[in-house]
Design a protein around this ligand. Structure first.
Ligand code: NDP
Length: 386
């Protein structure tokens, strides 16, 4: 029986994780649940899964949660505050940590889980983008295991060999990109895109921030950086192809000319179940693929002129050091500005590019360097949005 902490439990990935976990009560036990402020949903989850601890970053919401659980006679302990996330990620009864907080807010708890030697199921790509070298070092030093949840990286993880020293024959990896809802839009049409349209992804059902990132292709830019860190690859060993059906989740190319791909329905429960059970396989509840119905698989090149965010992500990966943290922070501020109606869709890459040109960059020494770069980039991006 493995004990699980789910950080970001009330979000899209968190809910999918609980769906998979609920299918295997003899295998997994929910020890802790964490979120930001959605007390009503976390209370429902806590009453159903009966974790030892439920945490909310927002203290007022945590008080509301504690009152609701007390009224229902629940024995779940409620803790509050940002630091509570790292606390529940490192509880002794926790074997696996689902890191599914959105954005830079997920960094401290992901790092803490890695240092504590947990199996880290990494959905929070932003923590790896911001602090890749630090997180990978924490994994190695803590004796942790990092299994990617992003469907593309989980596909690559599945296609890579896992016996010792087996990576030498890997030539490159290919990330697939659906292209988002606007892949056929002209530049003029992109200027008029609304937040509601951008949140309606044609294939995947996801949280708002990653939906916007998918529409701008910044999601692929972040994933490009993520792939370099996760798999120890140079940027020119990572390629991106458009694949609108989102059935091939990514590929690994070997020196002998073989390409291995992982296919499946576009449903996050597959990578989640894979990471929970690895190296076993368990049922996830997803629909099985009917290849005859899929009928065709299309591939193409992304258009970096209409979708410059991908090129900005690639440039940040090549620059290395603090630049990915700068891009991540500028993107979070620009996306929030777009969602709030203060920036148009094509303004998102403009803000990021202007911040990249002005921000102080350099090598990553400590977490304070990363947090400093994050703060400065947010301030610059705030000015650019204004
Ligand atoms: P959602 O917006 O659906 O959910 C975000 C979750 O994070 C919520 O539970 C939210 O709590 C919680 N949260 C936000 N800020 C904090 C904080 N400061 N402290 C604690 N909890 C916080 O996001 P998604 O599930 O879509 O995405 C989560 C992560 O997974 C992202 O990094 C995303 O890039 C990645 N990912 C998502 C995929 C998907 O299909 N959705 C696919 C691949 C990767 P509350 O509800 O209380 O606000």
């Amino acid at each position: 029986m493995k004990g699980i902490a789910i950080l970001g439990a009330t979000g899209s990935v968190g809910e999918s994780t609980l769906d998979v976990v609920a299918r295997h009560p003899a295998r997994f036990r929910v020890v802790a649940l964490g979120a930001q402020r959605n007390a009503a949903r976390l209370a429902e989850q806590a009453l159903r899964f009966r974790p030892e601890v439920a945490a909310l970053a927002d203290p007022d919401a945590a008080r509301e949660l504690a009152a609701t659980l007390a009224r229902a006679g629940s024995v779940t302990r409620v803790v509050a505050g940002d630091e509570a996330m790292a606390g529940i990620a490192t509880l002794p009864g926790v074997d696996y940590v689902m890191a599914a907080i959105v954005g830079a807010a997920g960094l401290p708890s992901t790092l803490a889980a890695a240092r504590a030697g947990k199996r880290v199921l990494l959905a929070n790509k932003e923590s790896l983008v911001m602090a890749g070298p630090l997180l990978m070092r924490a994994v190695a030093q803590g004796g942790a295991q990092l299994i990617p949840i992003d469907s593309e990286h989980n596909a690559i993880f599945q296609c890579l060999p896992h016996h010792a020293g087996a990576r030498s024959g890997v030539r490159r990896v290919v990330l697939t990109a659906s292209g988002g809802p606007f892949r056929s839009h002209t530049r003029e049409a992109l200027e008029r895109v609304t937040p509601k349209e951008a949140c309606a992804h044609p294939v995947w059902s996801m949280g708002r921030k990653i939906s916007i990132d998918s529409a701008t292709l910044m999601n692929k830019g972040l994933e490009f950086i993520e792939a370099c860190h996760l798999f120890g690859l140079a940027p020119d060993q990572v390629d991106v192809v458009l694949h609108p059906q989102s059935v091939v989740h990514s590929l690994v190319e070997y020196d002998d000319g073989s390409m291995l791909a992982q296919l499946g329905a576009p449903d996050m429960r597959t990578p989640i179940a894979c990471a929970l059970a690895w190296p076993d396989r368990i049922a996830s509840g997803v629909e099985f693929l009917d290849l005859a119905s899929v009928a065709r698989l299309d591939f193409g090149r992304p258009d970096l002129e209409r979708f410059p965010c991908l090129a900005l992500g690639q440039a940040a990966a090549r620059a290395g050091g603090l630049m990915p943290a700068v891009v991540n922070a500028a993107n979070e501020v620009a996306v929030a500005g777009f969602l709030a109606g203060r920036l148009n869709f094509t303004g998102i890459p403009e803000v990021i590019e202007s911040v990249m040109a002005k921000a102080t960059t350099g090598p990553i020494g400590t977490i304070d360097d990363v947090l400093g770069a994050d703060r400065e980039a947010r301030a610059l991006a705030g000015e650019a949005v204004a």
